[in-house]
Write a protein that binds this ligand. Structure first.
Ligand SMILES: Nc1ncnc2c1ncn2[C@@H]1O[C@H](COP(=O)(O)OP(=O)(O)OP(=O)(O)O)[C@@H](O)[C@H]1O
Ligand SMILES: [Mg+2]
Length: 724
């Protein structure tokens, strides 16, 4: 309070000395001075809290020299005066005034007393207020409630002084005295009120300053928080995000970007030229950005260490100041390598599928033709005398037919159209059963190391086909190790999770049995590895390889619901991983009996034969008839059904195609069983169709004869079924 000077104090006390203290009671003057000090101190103390200060001013000024006080403050737009604090000695009057005035600012260009004081900086004293008139001046639009409030608060006399600090007017202090008891304000009170207003204004100005500083600080803190959030967003993003200056220098690269480009930790990127990471094409985009403001498309980034080009999806733009001046370049780029890999994989899968469908269709017709060629050439051979000059010719036809049948089988295998004879099996047992053959195949220079997994789970596969898979892989490894080496085959249980499935086209997550086949051979280079599963792709000289080995492996594995991967590097050997779906529940099935070589002696029984291909039907009918069976034949399921209904005797066996239009083999079998419950069934099929078969394979308890049909195969199966 060091700045308090005697003249000021005197000025504050003078009116009382002159006006009221006619008795010259010096003690009372002293008390007033104390009160004044007290008031000033209260202002100072409240200055830290803006609203509390305004309330304190209204209350203290009232207590010092009136019955009520309202602090009006000018609004920022300079148009209004707003009642910021209202006090009255009488509580009822105070709440009435607060209710009426708190939300009722007064126009600065109006007729009210406070507006006039604010405009002129002068003082207004109204010794006796006319509530109606005052209300109309204060609120020309809604004078009634104002008038009611003024009367209700018993307002009699008003003294308005400006709240002013140096040249700036903050508002107006409006003091009031009540009609009851008090003397109206006089000229004498003015000096005192001015002094109080002066100090109140100073305190308010300080508080305003403090308040605005607080607001500014809070705003800055909020801005900092916002900035932090954005930095986190940019840094945490998995995309490459960077900024660069027009001088071709890097300004910023986010963490993901540093990772992508392989920028060493701690290296200051601002020292690096942009051209280090961009292709010429990328650098050329700067001009487009300057001209258009943005660029979107695909391009490349260059790896800091390896210099390898990384394909990216790019969105670049020009960053501008709020005035619209170009500031720097910014770019967001997404690594496209994984997307590209998946796309390539998908294309490959689709290509294989298309080739497979075509091959499957061809093989289906081939099987019928081959049934005819093989069977008639066989019967020809069987019938010709030992010394016939035609024997050799017939043998040639038969051998060519057999080779064509093997090729057709392979076509069906990789096109996943072959009929699988599913059995519940143990992969370790299949491997053990083949160990001898595999060793012989590999030769002496190659060591075979098998590591069967402990507690290996079962799989549901066609064991013969899985053997084919193992053989094809082993033969390839042998060919890749002309100077010897090691072939390792191991098995184990694995679980493929969602993440793995998502990143490998056509794989479902779940439990699998894994067979890993790896060799120490020449390995496979990057360009070749993408093509090895394609049918007819081979790097072997003409006549050495057909390129169907791995295509067959792929087809069998896929048809078994499995998945295969290959990893290799030139000179570092190759590793194939075959995943086969785990089968839970059930005991291993007994192995399917292998057909014996000879034809059965004469037999008897009635067979209903259904075959759509006329030539094959005639052939089969002939074979069965010659063997002694009575044969009812039908070109389709509907005719067969009719035949079954009308035949008066017993039908012992139904030999039918699996896939037929209108009614499939299984449905026909059900129909025949109604009239001939003892009839057994043999299905004949050349390729699978999902509508009828489970996973491309008939269930294990079903009798299945694969096409092409041969006399021995047909008769053997018929006899076994009829006798078994
Ligand atoms: N273990 C391996 N090591 C190195 N290269 C391999 C290996 N397995 C396969 N390949 C490559 O994949 C190609 C295709 O193999 P695939 O088994 O399909 O056909 P092939 O062996 O050439 O002929 P086929 O198996 O029909 O006799 C091979 O020619 C070879 O280049
Ligand atoms: Mg091969």
């Amino acid at each position: 309070m060091g700045g308090w000077t005697a003249p000021l104090l005197w000025a504050a006390v003078v009116p009382f000395v002159r006006g009221r203290m006619v008795t010259g009671d010096v003690d009372r003057a002293g008390t007033r001075i104390d009160e004044l000090f007290e008031t000033m101190r209260a202002f100072a103390e409240a200055a830290a809290d803006y609203q509390r200060l305004l309330d304190t001013v209204a209350e203290r000024v009232t207590r010092f020299m009136g019955d009520g006080c309202t602090v009006f403050l000018g609004t920022e737009d300079g148009q209004w005066l707003r009642p910021a604090a209202i006090y009255n000695r009488d509580e009822a009057a105070m709440s009435l005034m607060q209710r009426t005035f708190s939300d009722l600012p007064v126009r600065l260009d109006g007729e009210s007393f406070v507006a006039r004081v604010m405009r002129t900086g002068g003082v207004v004293i109204v010794p006796a207020i006319d509530p109606e008139l005052a209300a109309r001046r204060y609120s020309p639009e809604t004078p009634a409630p104002v008038a009611a409030a003024l009367s209700g608060a018993h307002l009699q006399s008003l003294l308005c002084v400006p709240l002013q600090v140096h040249d700036s007017r903050l508002g107006v202090l409006a003091l009031s005295r009540n009609r009851v008891g008090e003397t109206p304000f006089s000229q004498e009170d003015e000096t005192c009120a001015r002094t109080l207003a002066e100090y109140a204004a100073l305190a308010i100005a300080n508080a305003m300053l403090l308040e605005s500083q607080k607001r500014e600080l809070a705003t800055r803190r909020r801005a900092e928080e916002e900035t932090k959030k954005f930095v986190a967003l940019v840094q945490r993003s998995r995309d490459f995000i960077a900024m660069a200056g027009f001088d071709g220098r890097v300004l910023f690269i986010n963490d993901a970007g540093r990772d992508l480009l392989g920028i060493p930790v701690g290296l200051d990127v601002t020292a690096l030229p942009l051209a280090d990471f961009h292709t010429d094409e990328g650098m050329g985009r700067a001009a487009i950005l300057r001209a258009q403001g943005h660029w979107e498309g695909e391009g490349h980034l260059r790896h800091f260490g390896t210099q390898a080009l990384i394909p990216t999806q790019i969105s670049s733009f020009l960053v501008r100041t709020s005035e619209g001046e170009p500031l720097c370049y910014a770019t967001v780029q997404r690594d496209l390598r994984e997307t590209r890999r998946l796309e390539a994989h998908l294309r490959q899968v689709q290509k294989m599928e298309a080739v497979g469908r075509l091959a499957g269709g061809v093989a289906h017709d081939f099987n019928n033709l081959l049934s005819v060629i093989l069977s008639y050439s066989w019967m020809l051979l069987d019938g010709l005398p030992k010394d016939s000059p035609f024997r050799e010719d017939a043998q040639e036809i038969h051998t060519a037919g057999e080779r064509a049948a093997a090729l057709t089988q392979q076509l069906l295998a990789f096109s996943r159209q072959q009929v699988l004879e599913l059995r519940i099996a143990d992969l370790n047992e299949i491997l053990a059963g083949m160990a001898k053959l595999t060793r012989r195949l590999l030769g002496e220079d190659i060591e075979l190391v098998t590591t069967p997994g402990v507690g290996l789970r079962q799989i549901k596969v066609d064991p013969g086909q899985i053997e084919q898979v193992i053989l094809n892989l082993a033969v390839n490894s042998r060919d890749a190790m002309p100077d010897g080496g090691t072939l390792s085959i191991s098995t184990g249980n694995v679980d493929l999770d969602e993440a793995y499935a998502a990143s490998h086209a056509g794989v479902s997550p779940g439990p699998y049995v894994l067979m890993t086949v790896s060799d120490t051979g020449v390995g496979i280079d990057e360009a070749t590895i993408h093509r090895i599963f394609e049918p007819f792709f081979t790097t072997k000289p003409t006549g050495k390889g057909t390129g169907l080995g791995l295509a067959t492996v792929f087809g069998v594995v896929k048809q078994s619901g499995g998945h295969i991967t290959v990893a290799s590097e030139l000179g570092k050997g190759a590793t194939f991983k075959v995943y086969l779906p785990r089968y839970d529940g059930g005991r291993p099935s007994a192995p399917a009996p292998r057909p014996a070589a000879s034809i059965a002696p004469r037999a008897s029984g009635t067979i209903l034969l259904v075959e759509e291909d006329a030539q094959v039907r005639t052939l089969m009918q002939g074979i069965l008839h010659r063997a002694g069976y009575r044969v009812l034949d039908a070109p389709g399921p509907l005719e067969a059904a009719r035949e079954s209904d009308q035949f008066s005797g017993d039908i012992d066996l139904l030999v039918t195609d699996v896939v037929m239009p209108k009614m499939n083999g299984r449905q026909l079998a059900e129909h025949v069983a109604r009239k001939h419950p003892a009839a057994r069934v043999i299905y004949v099929s050349g390729y699978s169709e999902e509508a009828v078969l489970d996973h491309g394979g008939l269930d294990e308890d079903v009798e299945l004869l694969k096409k092409p049909v041969t006399p021995a195969g047909l008769l053997q199966r018929v006899r076994r079924v009829l006798e078994g």
